[in-house]
Design a protein. Structure first.
Ligand SMILES: Cc1cc2nc3c(=O)[nH]c(=O)nc-3n(C[C@H](O)[C@H](O)[C@H](O)COP(=O)(O)OP(=O)(O)OC[C@H]3O[C@@H](n4cnc5c(N)ncnc54)[C@H](O)[C@@H]3O)c2cc1C
Length: 398
């Protein structure tokens, strides 16, 4: 988007891409469907960023979701709004998004160098002079826009090189951490639940002092821990809690709409109505079968016992597991497996009105390599498009 905008403004632009194709990560985005933005109002949009969202106000003022939608629709790609105001192409294919961008680059005579990496940035007297490429060539440039991404899903090309180049030039780098990332748990019991999704549950993370309480939503068990929309959304804050060397646990409330007493009464009703059946078969009306098995084992209740024989203490243990099943969080999955990189080039070293570096004239930043990150829902791509657009325009006009 940065290259397109500078090209639209009649600049001579070269886009340098390490990969043999454009937009490798974009192609993967939204499970291959590309959730390219979200049409919620500005304040609600900003609230989905983990921090420093105000930094993006200028970029969003210039190029926000409506401008992005117009950009694609004017170029023939129809978009649709799905649940939670997420925007996707009607084709349900991210390659149609990449195709529009590619065509627009060509329309604006942007020269593309594939399979070429930027190895160094050359400044003279604090101003951009040019780039050294992986083949040793020097390219003169009085404006340089770095948009090299973060470090997650590095096979797509985002390996942190842009962040390292910025660091080398003296920019402060906020430590890189995984965001939108599954969490690993100590308990091995989750292994048996791999692939199971729980709907309408609530999570309560705690380090013993601070609490992070989720909304009601979905949880997915992985072989080693937990994932799914609720976990991914809160994972950045959980990673920060873990980072302080604290012990963090999560309590899963599988029946947030019921109090303990209500749940106990409900279970008692089921047990009485099915007194002759095996407990494991009765309780599956309340919980997925696999989870019933795990809970009965944890509560040391014989699954083959008749429902009518389940005693009060057993019921209480079962209710406790349903209302507050505690799992210890050991660590997040590797940053490589995170959907987003948190941290990056410090916002203190970037002018939000132009995206220009405060340390090197003619050097601009855009996208995930800067220290902004957001929830899932199209927010991260919109931030990348908006900062790219602003950087391209500022580089062309300044
Ligand atoms: C699986 C997955 C799904 C996602 N889905 C969504 C979604 O649906 N909606 C959403 O909003 N966000 C989504 N995201 C996040 C979103 O894709 C990123 O935030 C976004 O792609 C960042 O864009 P970027 O241009 O800053 O960086 P990137 O997309 O990472 O692009 C950086 C480019 O720079 C190139 N590069 C790096 N270093 C060099 C170098 N030295 N020289 C030359 N080229 C270099 C790379 O090859 C790469 O092509 C998803 C992320 C993942 C991993």
């Amino acid at each position: 988007m940065a290259a397109i905008r500078a090209g639209q403004l009649q600049q001579e632009v070269t886009l340098i891409e390490k990969n043999p194709i454009l937009g490798k990560k974009l192609l993967l985005s939204g499970k291959g469907r590309c959730n390219l933005t979200n049409v919620c109002a500005l304040d609600a949009f900003l609230a989905r960023f983990s921090h420093h969202a105000q930094f993006l106000r200028d970029a969003f003022k210039k190029f926000f979701h409506q401008e992005l939608i117009n950009f694609f629709e004017k170029r023939g790609l129809r978009l649709k709004v799905e649940r939670q105001l997420r925007v996707f192409p009607v084709t349900d294919k991210s390659n149609s998004v990449v195709a529009v961008l590619k065509k627009e680059l060509l329309t604006n005579q942007v020269k593309i160098l594939f399979k070429t990496a930027v190895k160094d940035i050359v400044l003279a007297g604090g101003r951009a002079k040019g780039l050294i490429l992986s083949d040793g060539r020097f390219i003169a440039a009085d404006k340089i826009i770095l948009a090299c991404g973060g470090v997650s899903y590095s096979f797509t090309g985002s390996t942190g090189e842009g962040i390292n180049l910025a660091r080398k030039l003296g920019h402060r780098i906020i430590p890189l951490r995984p965001g939108l990332v599954p969490l690993e748990t100590r308990q091995k019991s989750v292994k048996a639940l791999e692939g199971l999704t729980l709907k309408n549950i609530r999570l309560k993370f705690s380090d013993g002092q601070k609490q992070i309480i989720s909304e009601i939503g979905e949880l997915l068990f992985t072989g080693f821990g937990i994932s799914g929309p609720l976990v991914l959304s809160l994972s950045g804050r959980v990673v920060d809690l873990l980072g302080a060397d604290k012990k963090v646990h999560v309590e899963i409330d599988l029946k947030p709409a019921l109090s303990r007493e209500q749940l106990d009464a409900r279970i008692l009703r089921e047990l009485k109505a099915n007194a002759k059946k095996e407990i494991k078969n009765v309780l599956k009306s309340l919980l997925p079968q696999r989870l019933v098995g795990v809970f009965l084992e944890m509560a040391k209740i014989d699954p083959a016992k008749k429902a009518g024989q389940m005693n009060r203490a057993e019921r209480e243990s079962f209710v406790s597991l349903c209302k507050a099943w505690r799992l210890d969080i050991t660590r997040p999955c590797a940053i490589e497996e995170a959907m987003i990189t948190r941290g990056g080039v410090s916002l203190q070293d970037i002018d939000p009105r132009t995206m220009q570096s405060r340390l090197a004239e003619g050097l601009y930043f855009a996208g995930e390599m800067i220290d902004v990150d957001a929830d899932t829902g199209g927010f991260n791509l919109q931030a990348a498009f908006s900062t790219g657009y602003l950087a391209g325009e500022s580089a062309a006009l300044n």
